[in-house]
Design a binder for this molecule. Structure first.
Ligand code: AMP
Length: 193
């Protein structure tokens, strides 16, 4: 399987780029943010618990997210060529749990692609996205900075976890969408070759 982690702070373009990579490499896109928003919209118990954290720009507890991913992997391993994980793992505990789940299924993460974007550019992009995304957490600058701070304090360590496994590739995340897609594909193709 080809299992990619598309990694980077909120607003770094993970969702946009995932859409291209899913098509090109025929992978299943797993975005924990999308899954959590679906649960929120359904008003499920999980969704209601997650909402408190999401609206405050904080990470949802690991056990909630890991439990949700376990079910998605169970339903898809054996059916798909691989996965693009978008917005997951966001803590080292999530990365360790993901590695264990994939090992149990006889597979592993192939590569983590980390998009590099400055904080001021992130805030600008997210506020702009908030004009149309309908996401409460995209409209308030304080919440956006809280999300970036969660990334800096907890999520950025995940890159180190995969660097130790020689699976980290940094990609410049500022430039045109096409330039960034080209850089991502070159990195994936050279890893696969
Ligand atoms: P995203 O759409 O990836 O920006 O995620 C939106 C929000 O959902 C985040 O700010 C977190 O509150 C929550 N979330 C998404 N993925 C995770 C995750 N892997 N771990 C913890 N919280 C998450």
């Amino acid at each position: 399987m080809l299992n990619l982690v598309l990694f980077g702070p909120p607003g770094s373009g993970k969702g946009t780029q995932a859409a291209y990579l899913v098509d090109k490499y025929q992978l299943k896109h797993i975005s924990t943010g999308d899954l959590l928003r679906e649960e929120k919209a359904k008003g499920s118990e999980l969704g209601l618990e997650a909402k408190r954290y999401m609206d405050a720009g904080k990470l949802v507890p690991d056990e909630v997210v890991i439990g949700m991913i376990g079910g998605v992997l169970d339903n898809n391993v054996g059916q798909v060529k691989g996965f693009i994980f978008d917005g997951f793992p966001r803590t080292v505990a999530q990365a360790e749990a993901l590695d264990t789940l994939l090992t149990q299924k006889g597979t592993s993460i192939t590569q983590l692609l980390a998009l590099q974007v400055s904080e001021e550019e992130l805030v600008k992009r997210i506020l702009n996205r908030g004009l149309t995304s309908g996401r409460a957490d995209d409209t308030n600058e304080e919440t956006i900075r809280q999300r970036v701070s969660e990334y800096n304090n907890k999520t950025s360590l995940v890159a180190g976890h995969y660097d130790e496994q020689c699976k980290l590739t940094n990609i410049a995340g500022e430039g045109s969408i096409e330039e960034i897609t080209t850089a991502l594909c070159a990195a994936i193709d050279s890893q696969v070759a």
